[in-house]
Design a protein. Structure first.
Length: 220
């Protein structure tokens, strides 16, 4: 009996301590400075545990638990398609001959990178992106004027299609469609917006999603 009491007293002070293996300065309950080998494991069949109990290594080197869904989302390539929430004419008032196109509804957004309230894409991961947009202008134009559609990276124009809309006898005889695309290298937090340019005070863009939309896809 005495041996058991002595054994308990000997180990009690260390129950709340940090243990280090190959380190004299542990920073966790068990701090292993080296490799870890597990010779056998038991297959888990509880789906709730499988979905919510994947172990990952943090930037500080700690082992944490993560959801399987979060891991999948973090490795999915970006895919975004946005358009307008209504199919009628969408009025855009131009300031300084330009206006951000108000794509206010998401059709696809795998990584929640497009904000339909600000009409802005913000990259969450660096990579190479294919970016495109198309708009269709309302044909009710009474004067010849330039129309353009541009892609803006961090509010700087990087690609544009712009040409004259020609009106003859009150009839617009040129194409009402503008389309632009570019392949860009984006870093984390880089932003993408789309703008319409014109010499007019305002522009009506058709809201049908097959006519007016933007698309962003990460290719690497």
């Amino acid at each position: 009996m005495m041996n058991k009491v002595i054994f308990l007293l000997f180990f009690t002070p260390t129950l709340g301590a940090q243990v280090g293996i190959e380190t004299t300065n542990p920073t966790a309950t068990l701090d292993v400075n080296g490799t870890l080998r597990i010779r056998s494991t038991i297959n888990e069949t509880d789906l709730d545990v499988i979905n919510d109990s994947i172990l990952v290594i943090s930037k500080s080197g700690n082992v944490n638990r993560a959801k399987g869904e979060d891991i999948i989302n973090a490795t999915l390539p970006t895919m975004v398609r946005a358009s307008f929430s209504t199919s009628g004419d969408i009025l855009h008032t131009l300031i300084g001959d330009e206006s951000v196109i108000e794509f206010d509804t998401e059709q696809i957004d795998y990584n929640s990178e497009f904000d339909p309230s600000t009409y802005t894409f913000t990259a969450k991961q660096e990579g190479i992106y294919n970016i495109s947009a198309q708009i269709k202008i309302n044909a009710a134009i009474t004067a010849s004027t330039n129309f353009g559609l541009g892609i803006y990276k961090n509010n700087v124009l990087v690609a544009e299609q712009s040409f004259l809309s020609v009106v003859v006898g009150a009839v617009d005889v040129s194409s009402p469609i503008r389309y632009v695309s570019a392949t860009l290298d984006l870093a984390v937090s880089d932003t993408i917006t789309f703008k319409v340019t014109s010499g007019l005070v305002s522009v009506n863009i058709l809201g049908i999603s097959s006519d007016s939309y933007c698309a962003i896809y990460q290719i690497r």
